[in-house]
Write a protein that binds this ligand. Structure first.
Ligand code: NAP
Length: 279
């Protein structure tokens, strides 16, 4: 059986560490507040927003919820973001994605002050990440680095393959692995001979968005596999981009779905909120 990289346990540990930091900050008179904006009532978004509120309550961060109707205009949303930018009580602003089709998500992300950009999606945060400056890092890839480090997995010098090049997962993931001195390849839908490319990887991160896409013929013996994918099957059970049962005898370590990458995203959001307040 491979090493199971336990995202539930590691994220709980990070939240406990943050809880202590938040208490110390409170003792010094610093309070932390996250504003969470949701437009419309997409059920999946409502679950994510609720989980974020719960994590805030656990860690000791105040959360302000803005639940706006589906027909909210882009101007109204940007006005709210701009108001929160100048509200000294608010340290972090999160706009839950996806937004309704009539709103340009990029324009809304750009409206968030880079000092309060706890999702790490603002172009300034992304630019800082690229040039190695301090800044907010997108929560899912930041969580994956924590999973690797806290599981004792060395990144430096390793062949790392990220499959997927989205702005929120694949691209920042590749930069973070590079920052940790991995030798990084990024694959995408136009990559040729993906199986061959994948079989060179010591660390494989699958962020493809296709259930059970990665089978054992993509895996080098003893590879570490990180499964970012999240899908519900017909029985409403979660599965990832990796066919866990098919690869488990070939890998040295792997994240399960659920209980791997998923819980880390919220833990890193809490981390970014605490950092915002410490600034
Ligand atoms: P996305 O924006 O849809 O990007 C998917 C990427 O996979 C694209 O770059 C695409 O390439 C690539 N791809 C698609 N088909 C491929 C193929 N056959 N071979 C190689 N590459 C292929 O998805 P995302 O937002 O990055 O999310 C990826 C997955 O992670 C989803 O399942 C999502 O639900 C999950 N996710 C989980 C968390 C979490 O907290 N656990 C957070 C975010 C996302 P092109 O660029 O060429 O189209």
């Amino acid at each position: 059986m491979p090493q199971l990289i336990d995202g539930k346990k590691i994220s709980a540990k990070i939240k406990d560490e943050l809880k202590e930091t938040v208490q110390k900050l409170k003792d010094d008179g610093v309070s932390i507040c996250l504003a969470v904006i949701q437009v419309g009532d997409d059920p999946a978004s409502s679950i994510y927003v609720n989980n974020k509120k719960k994590a805030c309550a656990y860690v000791g961060i105040e959360s302000l919820a803005y639940e706006l109707p589906e027909e909210t205009t882009q101007r109204e949303l940007v006005d709210l973001v701009e108001k929160l930018n100048t509200d000294d009580r608010v340290n972090g602003i999160l706009v839950q994605l996806p937004l309704p089709g009539h709103i340009d998500a990029d324009a809304v992300i750009r409206a968030i002050s880079p000092d309060k950009d706890v999702d790490g999606f603002h172009p300034e945060s992304v630019g800082r990440l690229c040039i190695g400056e301090e800044g907010f890092v997108s929560c899912t890839p930041a969580g994956i680095i924590q999973l690797l480090k806290r599981s004792g997995i060395e990144i430096a010098g390793k062949e790392c393959l990220v499959i997927g090049r989205s702005n929120i997962v694949g691209k920042p993931m590749s930069i973070l692995l590079l920052r940790e001195n991995g030798t990084v390849t990024v694959a995408h839908s136009r990559t040729k001979n993906l199986k061959e490319v994948a079989r060179r990887a010591d660390i494989l991160v699958a962020a493809i968005g296709k259930p059970k896409f990665i089978t054992s013929d993509y895996i080098k013996d003893g590879a570490v596999v990180i499964d970012v994918g999240m899908h519900r099957n017909a029985e409403n059970k979660l599965c990832g981009d990796v066919d866990f049962e098919n690869v488990k005898d070939k890998v040295s370590a792997i994240t399960p779905v659920p209980g791997g990458v998923g819980p880390m995203t919220i833990a890193m959001l809490m981390y970014n909120c605490v950092r915002a307040a410490m600034k």
